[in-house]
Design a protein around this ligand. Structure first.
Ligand code: SAM
Length: 277
């Protein structure tokens, strides 16, 4: 089933033939190494029985790997229309498994994929990676049937997603991600793997939504307001930011946001209404 994909010319050759050049404004840093793209695609849990969404297929290096790894169906969302000549060749070789949507992933409604559920696998554009992730986490909390996310992020963002309380990178993103899912860095990817080569290093992160955690979240807006307020002044003691009875949460009020665990943030957000403070 994947023979036709394997017989396509290498990604670099397809780019040369179609005159496609990487564009900075779309955050384009491409992967050409099939060993690496296959390693990412094969990290998607149960990929052979799963529909996959890829954000930003670009010239299709990872797209081909996801198809070769056996994804049941792949929906790829790409903002840069000039990739069309290459992506349509991959579509033709995909035996109907690949569907490309040209548009902005930040505005694409995927709710019709909720019935069977889907995995997200992407080498994300750095300029919108965090925004996309926060959007997906909110959708998951609202019931979207996203089974897993296996995505490349800038290393610094990967560390902010997976940070534990007390870590230097611990902040709003870690609290939100860890209250909704189980997260881990799968492996680092050096900047030499990308064309063009970015200044920063990268890492592939796996995020698996956790139903037991999600059902504890009753008011995500209040939780987000709380973390924004406390991490907004992260060097300040919490009693100097919010006046409340901190002792009922087992705190003195002299702690800083970075010392409060995700579970404790959740508990506080369930008991105080930030709008009333
Ligand atoms: N998947 C390809 C690879 O690994 O070689 C390309 C990855 S590149 C880091 C990011 C891709 O996302 C680019 O193709 C870019 O055009 C696309 N992109 C950027 N912003 C986007 C958005 N808002 N919606 C959809 N695609 C976007």
């Amino acid at each position: 089933m994947t023979d036709k994909i394997m017989n396509l010319p290498p990604v670099s050759e397809m780019m040369r033939n179609s005159g496609l050049e990487p564009k900075k404004q779309f955050g384009q840093n491409f992967l050409f190494d099939l060993n690496l793209t296959l390693k990412i695609a094969k990290s998607v849990p149960d990929i052979e029985n799963t529909d996959v969404v890829e954000v930003g297929p670009g010239p299709g290096g990872l797209t081909r790997a996801i198809l070769m790894a056996g994804a049941k169906k792949l929906v790829a969302i790409e903002k840069d229309k000039t990739t069309e000549p290459i992506l349509s060749q991959i579509m033709d070789a995909s035996d109907g498994r690949l569907n490309v949507i040209f548009g902005d992933a930040l505005k694409t409604d995927l709710s019709d994929m909720n019935k069977s559920g889907y995995a997200i696998c992407a080498n994300l554009p750095y300029n919108v990676g965090t925004e996309l992730l926060i959007g997906w986490l909110h959708q998951i909390a609202d019931g979207a049937n996203i089974k897993s996310l296996t995505c490349m992020f800038q290393k610094e963002v990967a560390e902010r997603i997976t940070a534990d309380v007390g870590d230097k990178q611990y902040g709003r993103l870690a609290v939100l991600a860890n209250l909704i899912a189980d997260t881990k860095i799968l492996f680092d990817v050096p900047n030499t793997a990308f064309v063009p080569r970015p200044k920063v290093q990268s890492a592939v992160v796996q995020i698996i939504p956790n139903k037991n955690k999600i059902k504890q979240i009753t008011n995500i807006a209040n939780l987000e307001k709380l973390t924004a307020k406390l991490f907004g002044q992260r060097r300040k003691m919490i009693r100097g930011i919010i006046k409340t009875d901190w002792e009922k949460f087992g705190l003195t009020g002299m702690e800083r946001a970075e010392e409060i665990s995700p579970e404790l943030f959740l508990k506080i957000s369930r008991n105080i209404d930030i709008n009333l403070l």
